[in-house]
Design a protein around this ligand. Structure first.
Ligand code: PHE
Length: 457
């Protein structure tokens, strides 16, 4: 098996694929929502600290395990320990990554639909000054309709399916090398447009001028879980991708670069969204519907005097979301695909088909839970919210604590340093700093936030 294993073809491809996993709906959709709900700049600050103290070391820990073990996530941990507590960490990733995938494809389907609605001019034509009611009913009718969201989800899932079935280099790497630079270009164009929106200063102030009175414990926790989500941590994606890395990749440098790219995209998304939101007088705390109700209205109103600009801006924005969602979904797809492919020794194409079938089935339940299955609730949540809650509130932090303790304390220090310094050819400073963070900072911070969520602390 090992001799035939897939690999990435270039270092640029590795950064684009891993950054593609990190940069997703989490940066452009979830980050502005969280920032809006938690008071803006102060949240951004804690988020940045969480990225540095938790994000980079945990990303490196996953890279280390993946490249060292050279196999799928579920088996990777077994190569470093036979104790059931540690050897099964990888299964949390396979399970969690698969659950996230099932609701991620639903939102990605909505995003695709909105891209088409912006291209055919519907979003522009529905605009009524000072009133988002049209967008509200558009979105409400769309998500509660049983068929239409399913159709878009199907298109999105099939796109991922063909990308993954094409292989690591020909599918994931090739597409990431095209999509990520395209995404950057769109981002820059949108930031420039947005900064010229009338009244953009209020949005900038909201994003960059911290008001520490808004910094509640729950805001700090949200910042930590946002950092986890946004960097694709602890769900097996980075570990699986690292199993395709070459032995000459500088993993510390890669983890830093990817985290910087991810944070930069989140800030740029904030720079696009908040000026438009403030200049149109919309409440930045409008929650998950922000991207589908408040934003279409905000884009139209911010550029009311030049309708062609609002048309182009909303089209580019949804194109951006589609690209970002695709590269992240591919990384989520790859986790169970690699596992099934190697565990049962079946072809990559067949493994992808199994993942697609499960994803379509559970994705359908997620999608329908926004409408006809809305009354089917567990712990007061519909299936869609339950998948999100269970993975981000429970599985991610739990797996984060385990990974930090495992790499920091259980794995022999020499093994970690040797792998991360590429057999002693790189300077060990970075590896040592990361090991320190993994030992002393990450477990404590994540555990504290986890206990606080449970109301114990
Ligand atoms: N990081 C992705 C995003 O920002 C989401 C994701 C989470 C992907 C966990 C993989 C694993 O949208």
């Amino acid at each position: 098996m090992a001799q035939q294993r897939a690999s990435f073809g270039s270092k640029f491809g590795i950064i684009m694929a891993a950054a593609g996993s990190a940069v997703g709906l989490g940066n452009i959709w979830r980050f502005p929502i969280e920032t809006g709900n938690n008071g803006g700049a102060a949240f951004l600050l804690v988020y940045m600290v969480a990225v540095v103290l938790l994000g980079v070391p945990l990303m490196l820990a996953e890279f280390f395990i993946g490249r060292y073990a050279h196999t799928n996530t579920a088996h990777a941990y077994k190569k470093l320990s036979s104790h059931p507590l540690w050897s099964n960490i990888g299964f949390i990733g396979v399970l969690g990554g698969s659950i996230i995938l099932c609701y991620y494809v639903v939102v990605a389907g909505w995003v695709m639909k909105y891209f088409f609605l912006s291209v055919d001019g519907t979003l522009t034509s529905l605009y009524q000054p000072g009133n988002a009611a049209n967008y509200e009913s558009l979105f409400g009718n769309f998500v509660s309709n049983p068929w239409s969201p399913l159709l878009y989800m199907l298109v999105f899932v099939l796109t991922c399916h063909f990308a993954i079935a094409s292989g690591v280099q020909k599918g994931i790497e090739k597409l990431s090398k095209i999509f990520m630079p395209a995404l950057f270009v769109i981002l820059v164009v949108l930031v420039i447009f947005s900064l010229f929106a009338p009244g953009a200063q209020a949005g900038l102030k909201f994003l960059f001028y911290p008001d520490f009175s808004k910094l509640t414990t729950s805001a700090m926790l949200s910042a930590i879980s946002q950092a986890f989500y946004s960097l694709s941590l602890c769900m097996g994606c980075l570990c699986t991708y690292a199993s395709y890395f070459g032995k000459d990749v500088n993993m510390v440098r890669s983890a830093v670069s990817i985290s910087v790219i991810d944070a930069l995209v989140a800030v740029m998304a904030g720079l696009i969204i908040f000026p438009a939101v403030f200049s149109s007088g919309i409440d930045p705390q409008s929650g998950p519907s922000l991207a589908f109700i408040a934003l279409p209205a905000a884009f139209q109103s911010a550029f009311e005097s030049v309708p062609i600009v609002s048309y182009v801006v909303s089209m580019l924005f949804y194109a951006l979301l589609v690209l970002a969602a695709l590269t992240s979904a591919m990384s989520l797809y790859e986790v169970p695909t690699a596992y099934i492919h190697e565990r049962w020794n079946i072809s990559r194409k067949t493994a992808t088909m199994v993942v697609t079938a499960v994803c379509l089935l559970l994705g359908t339940v997620c999608s329908l839970s926004m409408g006809v299955l809305g009354d089917m609730k567990l712990f007061g949540k519909n299936f869609f919210d339950l998948c999100d809650y269970f993975t981000t509130t429970w599985m991610m932090p739990m797996s984060g604590i385990l990974i930090a303790i495992f790499v920091g304390w259980v794995v022999k220090r020499e093994i970690f340093i040797n792998e991360v310094t590429n057999g002693g050819t790189l300077r060990p400073t970075g590896a040592n700093i990361m090991l320190f963070l993994l030992r002393w900072i990450a477990p404590v911070l994540v555990l504290a936030s986890f206990l606080a969520v449970l109301g114990v602390l």
